[in-house]
Design a protein around this ligand. Structure first.
Ligand SMILES: [Zn+2]
Length: 169
């Protein structure tokens, strides 16, 4: 059977609202509304991004979909994976997805609105994309672009997590 969809629990919706309140005031202040759909698939990944299995994805809904009653954006969550995360990890996952949303503003800093007066959004790409072919690494070794990307990520993560440890210590 293919992927099936269900509604999130109130606990999950509550976590989304709290994540918006705490980490995404820009979206809150613009009145951006986000929905969650839980995804299940017994025979393969329930959620994919660019063809690769993912814990979650987010999509800005079209003007027509908004007109027909959908919220401004929809987050898909892999329900089995979601249930295995602790609360802090769930919040961080939602926060990752919400970081993909950028509110469009005019030169005066006023939120741009669409034809039905909803805030206009644009997708923010990742700071880093790691498209890795392991067989390219085994074939080309150090010359493979994957190696440089991997080293860059390790260095950046060390920097970010190191800073975090100091801050909270
Ligand atoms: Zn992402």
């Amino acid at each position: 059977m293919g992927t099936t969809f269900s509604d999130p629990t109130n606990l999950t919706l509550d976590r989304l609202e709290k994540t918006l309140d705490r980490y995404h005031l820009d979206l809150r202040q613009a009145g951006v509304e986000v929905n969650i759909v839980m995804c299940n698939n017994d025979s393969g990944p329930a959620v994919k991004v660019h063809g690769v299995p993912a814990l979650a994805s987010i999509k800005i809904n079209s003007l027509l979909d908004r007109k027909e009653g959908k919220k401004d954006a929809t987050i898909k969550l892999d329900e089995d994976a979601w249930d295995l995360l602790n609360g802090e990890e769930q919040t961080a996952l939602l926060s990752h997805e919400l970081r993909h949303l950028r509110v469009l503003k005019d030169d005066a800093g006023v939120v741009k609105r669409d034809d039905i007066d909803r805030p206009r959004l644009k997708m923010r790409p990742h700071d880093q994309e790691a498209g890795l072919f392991y067989d390219n690494v085994s074939t080309h070794g150090e010359a493979a672009p994957e190696v440089a990307v991997y080293r860059q990520i390790v260095e950046k993560m060390g920097e970010l997590l190191g800073g975090k440890t100091k801050e909270t210590a």
